[in-house]
Design a protein around this ligand. Structure first.
Ligand code: SF4
Length: 291
């Protein structure tokens, strides 16, 4: 064990249990997605997040595009996206993403972004333009937007509401007690308010929580209740994996059986759809969340 400058305890990385081992990505469809992503200079959260599902998702032609650059103004302890001062907004990005979605013939498209707290609009204009561009070029494609909290500037959230994505997700990421450590600049209650406002606007909402960061079972159940209290429709629960030794350590590898137990509890409490398992990520099997 050692301690980082921020005072966060960093453990030596634990070996992964067998249920987290996945095959390396291969195959023609995977290669095609990779070519389109690099040719159009796109950013994907699949790569930035070292997602273990790339072989499966990219092999099926699904990828989660990350807009507004690849440098984030926040420094969450779990996230592998670079923190710093982002470059100027690229006004051609919405068209490039739309072109790629069309080339890839994506049926259901997930878009996310870095946080752009440096911009007055929080990046919401580019968000809206991206959704509109995809709709113009691929009218059959359905959309999930995985959005930031816009620092509670509700006029920016309104731009997302106005373009009415089929699913809008905003991740709580962790339980209330750990939020300050895991999502340093975020607030648990502000995220709940984002989700409530989306629901009050009549949208289908979704949220994700990572397990294995040191939360207790009671805290997980409390988080499930909090998400139900703001009428979230879809819940994803997955295992946190430490992207590098600089990131928060994994405190526990939650077994597939416990994930299944939480899935059953969450469904009984009223979620319409629950994806819960060690390899689940917010955008995993996203096409199923349209119901
Ligand atoms: S689960 Fe999401 S982030 Fe991971 S590869 Fe699939 S689409 Fe990308």
């Amino acid at each position: 064990m050692e301690t980082s400058e921020e005072g966060i305890t960093v453990q030596n990385r634990q070996p992964k249990p067998k249920w987290l081992r996945v095959k390396l990505p291969t195959g023609e469809s995977y290669k095609k997605v990779r070519e389109i992503v690099s040719e159009h200079k796109l950013h994907t959260i699949c790569e930035s997040g070292n997602c273990p599902n790339m072989g499966e998702c990219w092999g099926e032609g699904t990828a989660t595009f990350m807009i507004l650059g690849n440098v984030c103004t926040r420094s969450c302890g779990f996230c592998n996206v670079a923190t710093g001062r982002p470059e100027a907004v690229d006004v051609f990005e919405p068209a490039r993403v739309a072109q790629s979605v069309s080339l890839m013939k994506v049926k259901h498209c997930v878009i996310t972004s870095v946080d752009r707290d440096d911009l007055a609009d929080g990046g919401s204009e580019i968000w809206a333009q991206t959704v509109n561009s995809i709709r113009r070029k691929s009218p059959e494609t359905t959309l999930e937007t995985l959005i930031p909290d816009f620092m509670g500037k509700w006029e920016n959230l309104q731009r997302i509401i106005d373009v009415k994505p089929e699913v809008v997700s905003h991740n709580l990421e962790t339980v209330r007690r750990l939020t300050k450590q895991v999502r340093i600049q975020a607030k648990y209650d502000r995220s709940l308010e984002v989700l409530l406002r989306l629901k009050q606007a009549g949208l289908r909402t979704k949220s994700g929580v990572m397990l294995g960061l040191g939360e207790t079972e009671d805290e997980i159940l409390e988080t499930i209740d909090d998400l139900i209290s703001v009428q979230v429709d879809i819940l994803t629960l997955g295992q946190y994996l430490q992207p590098s030794p600089k990131h928060l350590p994994v405190s526990e590898f939650v077994t597939p059986e416990r994930f299944e137990k939480y899935r059953e509890i969450a469904l009984a409490k009223g979620f319409k759809y629950v994806e819960s398992g060690p390899l689940v990520r917010s955008s995993y099997h996203a096409e199923k969340h349209l119901f």
